[in-house]
Design a protein around this ligand. Sequence first.
Ligand code: FE2
Length: 268
Amino acid sequence: MALRLIQLSDIHFGFEDPAALEAATAYVRETPFDLLAITGDITQLGADPEFAAAAAWLSTLPGPRLATPGNHDTPWAGLAERLTAAWARYDRSISPLVERHFTAPGLKVRSINSARGWQVRLNWSKGHVSRGQAAHAADALASAPHERKVVVVHHPLMEIPGGPMTGRVRGGVHAAERLTLAGADLILSGHVHTPFVQALPFGDHRTFAVGAGTLSRRLRGEPPGFNVIDIRGDDLIVSAMAWDGTRLQLAHAWEVKLRPLAAIGAGA
Ligand SMILES: [Fe+2]
């Protein structure tokens, strides 16, 4: 079975890179895919005009589309709203245009919201995955023994060696292990604005964290870009496309072996 996912992330409407976003949008329109996954930070400040621009853009894209919010998608200037209704704007503007979870023949996808309106720590931009969120996603994936299993989350659940910044996800290591043992093949994330593929250090080491770059001007050592994720049988090919100022180029490519489908559910 062949599956293709396109992963866009960290567009930061309000501070997007217009040329890079236009190129990525054209790519999405021209390229057949099974799912378009957007891993959060759709806006820069969680402002209404940014959500309106994001919604207008989303509504022009082919589907199926799935998204999860990032830490920038709650109103940065509205403390009361962050405390009481952190995702109201996202839910009004974005949620009607995207799936939260997705199932198709051979594919099961669950999203987890790792962002918070506020937290009991100084830096509210870092991530949190509760035990309940991890269990809920793991249980849903474990019930799909014959499908490729994908988790979509904004913050990388574990720190990326050599990465340009941290996610410091509370509960992230627990969630990563729980999802690995549930047979997750891929855990897609954004946040760090650089692409990567990394095997998680649990079970059979065949669950892969896949990070996408940004389509904003908030660059962290990598040009703006996005991921094309191909699954062909047990082969995973992740192509990180980058906008060089004039055209899209293949910037990085990873090829790894996924867990054989027959072994899914074995847990190790
Ligand atoms: Fe971001």
